[in-house]
Design a protein around this ligand. Structure first.
Ligand SMILES: [Mn+2]
Length: 206
């Protein structure tokens, strides 16, 4: 058996990613072993509110700054924040040795209830069922939430199942998804000491 570096203890599970294109300029810095501190300014206020949920409920420190082509619309900015955040998670999670790997959460908010299940599988896959009751949440097009998660999944290389099980208020529907996403990430990225630094896969690689 090859020696696998232990992904715990003093190893810093952090990443600092800058991604610049003709459409967006984005910097994401994360600490998986944080306390939920956040500094977030994407120019899309509702997205900031949702990213704050990931930090708070995932206990992940998030520093996210974005300058996008908002004169067109929010699409490129929301998608590219998802991509860059995904890249940061992939880097910070490293070889995933010692991690729980799987995480899940149910989160309610008044009448709304969502379930998110994540697997740091090394393969991108998104299953997304969120039957929004409105097309817009204020200025935010609800289609963009899916674009965010698709961008994240493609670059974090995770399997992600998102289901809004019920809800009447679209803000609540979306917020329960992001809160459950944060909670599921927190569970999956926890170091399980009983794994003693082993990669949680019979293949030995994720
Ligand atoms: Mn809210």
């Amino acid at each position: 058996m090859p020696e696998t570096p232990v992904n715990s203890g003093s190893a810093m599970r952090t990443a600092d990613i800058t991604r610049n294109t003709n459409e967006t300029r984005i910097r994401v810095a994360i600490n998986l072993d944080g306390t939920g501190r956040q500094s977030i300014a994407t120019g899309v206020p509702f997205l900031d509110h949702m990213l704050d949920q990931i930090a708070r409920h995932g206990l992940i420190d998030l520093d996210i700054q974005a300058e996008g082509d908002l004169h067109i619309d929010s699409h490129h900015t929301v998608e590219d924040v998802g991509i860059t955040l995904g890249q940061a998670f992939a880097k910070a999670a490293g070889n995933k040795a010692g991690l729980r790997r799987y995480g899940h959460a149910y989160v309610p908010l008044d009448e709304a209830l969502s379930r998110v299940v994540v697997d740091f599988s090394g393969r991108p896959g998104l299953t997304y069922h969120v039957p929004y009751t409105r097309a817009m949440i204020g200025q935010f097009d609800v289609d963009l939430a899916r674009e965010f998660f698709q961008g994240f999944v493609n670059h974090a290389l995770v399997t992600l199942h998102i289901d809004n099980l019920r809800g009447e208020n679209a803000h609540h529907q979306c917020e329960t998804v992001f809160k459950a996403f944060g909670r599921a990430l927190r569970m999956a990225l926890e170091v399980d000491e009983r794994q003693n630094g082993a990669v949680p896969s019979t293949k030995g690689v994720l």
